[in-house]
Design a protein around this ligand. Sequence first.
Ligand code: PBG
Length: 334
Amino acid sequence: MTAYANFPGSRPRRLRTTPTMRRMVAETRLDPANLILPAFVREGIDAPVAISAMPGVHQHTLDTLRKAAVEAVSAGVSGIMLFGVPEDGKKDARGTAGTDPDGILQVALRAVREEVGDELVVMSDLCLDEFTDHGHCGVLDADGRVDNDATLERYAEMAQVQADAGAHVVGPSGMMDGQVGVIRDALDQTGHEDVSILAYTVKYSSAFYGPFREAVGSSLTGDRKTYQQDPANARESLRELALDLAEGADMVMVKPAGPYLDILAKVAESVDVPVAAYQISGEYAMIEAAAEKGWIDRDKAILESLTGIRRAGAQMILTYWATEAAQWLGHGRG
Ligand code: PBG
């Protein structure tokens, strides 16, 4: 009592007394519209394949992908980000399947657009790693290094075929220098001025991508440290950001999300374009695994993790829980 006598207003707990009070003063709100569902579609399967390191997530058939898209729409999710997994034997050094108009990602884009039209923002991962036999995000030079400028030519082709197939947004995730500018030019020159670029502006070389590599059947043996950012660096993110904006990025993304909230906050403070964050496979797997062991409350941990990402400054969050979380939020659990 006496401790507060001179500071009669200093009782923050007054604003925490009831659920309605807490709801009223909450600074951050999560809405289904903030959420984007990343989804995997695999060629040549007739039933969905479970991804063991991501319990609850599957490699979809075209059919189950359509269903997942419809469910996302009903839950109020804003967008879907598609990743294609080609049939065994269809990978090569240049990732040809990634630019084949009948490649799995293009087929999936057409199917999802046919199913949901404009009711979801349909996005495509623009990267070669799912399609190359060496598993790198670009093509290699004679010494086996990822060749930046030769890769840009492949990205330009990918942008065109993905836009032709119906992508509203392309998401270049390969971290090549100059990728946003080259993709913007390719889109503009092929009549796709309205297709936007969600740039993976700040993408760290992260151990937390582990489960994703299973999800896309990655062939990678080494690492991506010559093109993805070093987790030790923060200033470098602002340099990547300035370049992407100058090259014409419509939206920018930070990835992973949870371990990089400081970077997300910095990016969000310094731009006037929409900011996204990608809560990646390892972030998903950690919560699912701890919940499975009974060590944390799964649903609360999911919502808290999403709230933290939103609070740090992400307007859009890519999360494998998008549909489920949107369903909860729609029912007032946020
Ligand atoms: C590259 C790409 C990756 C992810 C999205 N796009 C993997 C990587 O860079 O190794 C990771 C997503 C996740 O872990 O959920 N095409």
